[in-house]
Design a protein around this ligand. Structure first.
Ligand SMILES: [Mg+2]
Length: 476
């Protein structure tokens, strides 16, 4: 009998999928992969200074410098009022006070900033499981695939800003683009409290007039060397072509050229402890056809739902992972309108995600269903717009009544399977594709198995965990 290996928080295979996605992007036609990418870069506005101004109303509207007040103090953050005087973070405090003598100097409260940062990242994770922090106050969110439920990229950006404003009383700015570095540039263009979108197809138009220093990896030295040759804008740089740039700057030149073309294949790599539950199977024989794949997904959705119930959790995000016979791995994700622990809801979402995978003429060696954006099942369930009063199991007065029938059914099914094994009360259509159980030929994987990792290591080798703040992007 097949053994189910549930992936619990911290052990999730989804943590390494972005690397695989990068590989997939390198293999598949660009149009196929890029069409689906929507990346937000969210950057809190003058983060430390804004937190101080929020917590001390006397500071509002005044130039505020957060940092050490001593002779050797350095500005950690300057409010927008102080920036008007030329004050900037990383300036010596003495210098900043010369520029703006009336500025109020506030000692940093790092514990508070960390706490607010955690709050803000929790909000980000409600919009996507793919959240990559660049620092305490900025992150990339890959919201590809969330459009159907969350709206257009701009609507998603506005919803993020609204949630941040309502829940933390702080503002942030958002950049929207099809690749990371453009989203990052965009978020800085309408600060504070602004949104800048670079629509797909407009990347070159946006990039051409920008100074070369806007590109990641083009530091002041590179900028100076280019300026000596009359190269000032990204457009100038692009016209040089890849071979000239490579002869001047080696690999960095090739990198800059790709950026000048708007090409940046770096995936958004989630770096927080992955809070997800997933289940995947590698098949002894490749699975062919949508119906067969759906049976696999039903089995996996059921195991994931059981795990959710066992842990007393519900999930708002559903992922699909699928790997074909050529080891090309694709992932899809979506956000649900409400948190669920019902296998039918998870299965339904996985099937919708499967629709966006090209299945014609391909056979698949692995499928996986996962959930993220977990919350306690006891958390209050928001009333749906069209729910009749009380239909979520609440009396009109708000008091909890008997839970919904489907909820209790899921709990009973899960409990029975918990007790009598996975095959007991299994949904009729599921499981028949997990062939070879009797022969033991199926390998049930936890994370990416070493053998497959070796076959498909990605362009940069295995990814290291804990990437936040590791400087790996080379753009700071
Ligand atoms: Mg910031």
């Amino acid at each position: 009998m097949p053994v189910s290996v549930p992936h619990v928080r911290g052990l999730s295979p989804w943590r390494c999928e972005s690397r695989e996605l990068t590989v997939a992007r390198a293999i598949l036609p660009r149009s196929l992969m890029e069409a689906a990418r929507v990346i937000l870069h969210v950057d809190m506005d003058a983060f430390f200074a804004s937190v101080e101004m929020r917590d001390d109303p006397r500071l509002q509207g005044r130039p505020v410098l957060v940092g050490g007040a001593g002779r050797r103090g350095v500005v950690a953050a300057a409010s927008y009022e102080a920036r008007k005087f030329g004050c900037r973070s990383a300036q010596p405090m003495v210098h900043a006070l010369r520029l703006c003598p009336e500025a109020v100097v506030v000692a940093p409260r790092h514990a508070t900033y960390v706490e607010v940062s955690r709050q803000v990242f929790d909000i980000f994770e409600r919009f996507s499981p793919l959240v990559e922090g660049l620092s305490i106050d900025e992150a990339f969110l890959d919201v590809s695939g969330s459009e159907r439920l969350l709206g257009t990229p701009r609507q998603i950006a506005d919803a993020v800003r609204k949630a941040v404003r309502e829940e933390t009383a702080l503002t942030c700015s958002v950049g929207i683009a099809s690749v990371k570095f453009l989203a990052k540039i965009a978020s800085g263009m309408n600060k504070p409290d602004g949104v800048t979108e670079i629509p797909a197809g407009k990347e070159l138009e946006f990039l051409t007039p920008l100074p070369v220093g806007a590109l990641w990896g083009a530091g002041p030295k590179t900028e100076e060397r280019l300026a000596q040759r009359g190269i000032r804008t990204v457009g100038d740089l692009r016209r040089l072509g890849p071979s000239t740039l490579t002869s001047w700057f080696g690999a960095q030149g090739a990198h800059l050229y790709r950026l000048s073309e708007g090409i940046d294949e770096r995936a958004v790599i989630p770096d927080r402890e992955a809070k997800s539950i997933s289940n995947e199977d590698t098949y002894a024989h490749d699975v062919v056809g949508v119906e067969a794949l759906k049976r696999c997904l039903l089995s996996q959705a059921t195991r994931v739902a059981d795990r959710l119930v066992a842990e007393g959790l519900r999930a708002r995000c559903v992922h699909l992972k699928i790997r074909d016979g050529r080891f090309v791995t694709e992932t899809r994700q979506c956000t649900l309108p409400e948190a669920v622990d019902d296998h039918r809801a998870i299965y339904g979402a996985a099937c919708r995600l499967l629709e966006s995978v090209e299945t014609e003429g391909r056979s698949f060696r692995l499928t996986g269903v996962g959930v993220a954006a977990l919350e306690e099942a006891s958390a209050p369930v928001q009333l749906g717009l069209f729910d009749a009063v009380g239909s979520r199991g609440r009396a009109p007065g708000g008091a909890a009544a008997a839970p919904l029938r489907k909820d209790s059914l899921q709990a009973v099914l899960s409990a029975v399977r918990e007790r009598f094994g996975h095959q007991a009360l299994f949904p009729g259509a599921a499981g028949s594709e997990r062939r070879g159980g009797a022969t033991g030929a199926i390998s049930h994987t936890r994370g990416a198995p070493p053998a497959e990792q070796a076959e498909n290591p990605g362009p940069d080798g295995p990814r290291k965990p804990g990437r936040r703040g590791d400087g790996g992007e080379g753009h700071r």
